[in-house]
Design a binder for this molecule. Sequence first.
Ligand SMILES: [Zn+2]
Length: 187
Amino acid sequence: MHISDGPDQVICPLAADGRYKVCLLRRKIDKNPIPNLLQLKVIWSKLIPIKVRTFIWRAAQGRIPSDLALASRGVNIDSSYCGSCINGLECVNHILIRFPFATLVRFKILRWCNIQDFNAQNVGDIIEFAVTWGRYPKKRTRFVAICYELLWILWKIRNERLFQERSCTIARAVENIKSMVYVWVKC
Ligand SMILES: [Zn+2]
């Protein structure tokens, strides 16, 4: 960006004429893949609403606005520690995986699917497990939808707790996940 006395100018360094085009950025990203994206196979199933798919894609890269992410971007926040359990920095993996509430909801959802809980440490572990689970593609897609909805609901509950001071029980969270996935499959 060139700021001068006259009109300001925004120049895209990817283009010879300085004009930004989406295809130029796409080419740049393809040439310099982010290691995380290469390793993670995020399923873009049409069964799952696009806002949820996009959320998972961002969460897998640690790109959701957790307290830690905001602090690292220079946003002034009181503390980067989790305000609910005071048991670690509030990063994406704490909110969606390691937070005791998240662990219990995941445990109940996996048990509902008749799948044994496994030692997930981060969002990537859940995605990796879901996209390689089972032998039947249709069943797998539904299981992926359940896992995506699990992470999405946990994020929504965290935001409701933080911004609307609304709490949620484990049983209600589990019921919400079940009913939402049912709606996705039916619609
Ligand atoms: Zn916590």
